[in-house]
Design a protein around this ligand. Structure first.
Ligand code: 5GP
Length: 114
C-alpha cells in the first residue's frame, strides 16, 4: 500500500481527475478547488516538500515546473496569468507531505487561492 494519498493517486489505487502526465510527473484536479482552474502537479518520486526536492533533484523540480506550465496552457490560463504555489510546512497549510505544486487560475486570484 502506498504511503501518502498522492502516491495512491500515482499508483491508481484511488481515482483522480488526471489532466496531464509525463514519465516523471502527474497533474490532477484538486478535489476542493479554490479557483476555476486548480490542478495539483506532483513528481512521481516522493519528496516531502519543495526544499527537499530542490536539494535532491533539481531536474525533477524543473519537470514539475514544466508540467505546471503545460497545464496552464492546456487549461487556457497561460496568457491571462496563473499562480504556482508550493505550500511548505504546517504554518503554510501543507496537509499532504508529498511535494505538490498548486496551479491556480481562471480569473483574478485572491488570497484564498493557494
Ligand atoms: P496542501 O494543503 O498540502 O498544500 O494541498 C493539498 C491539497 O490536496 C488540498 O488543496 C486538497 O484539497 C487536495 N486534496 C486532498 N485530498 C485529495 C484527494 O483525495 N484528491 C485530490 N484530487 N485532491 C485532494
Amino acid at each position: 500500500m502506498s504511503e501518502t494519498l498522492f502516491e495512491q493517486i500515482i499508483a491508481r489505487e484511488i481515482p483522480a481527475d488526471i489532466v496531464y502526465e509525463t514519465d516523471t510527473t502527474l497533474a490532477f484536479r484538486d478535489i476542493n478547488p479554490r479557483a476555476s482552474t486548480h490542478v495539483l502537479v506532483v513528481p512521481k518520486t516522493r519528496y516531502r516538500n519543495v526544499a527537499e526536492l530542490a536539494e535532491a533533484d533539481a531536474g525533477l523540480l524543473a519537470d514539475v515546473l514544466n508540467t505546471a506550465a503545460k497545464v496552464a496552457e492546456l487549461e487556457g490560463v497561460a496568457d491571462k496569468g496563473y499562480r504556482v504555489v508550493f505550500n511548505t510546512g504546517e504554518d503554510a497549510g501543507q496537509t499532504v507531505f508529498h511535494v505538490h505544486a498548486h496551479v491556480l487560475g481562471g480569473g483574478p486570484l485572491g488570497p484564498e487561492a493557494r
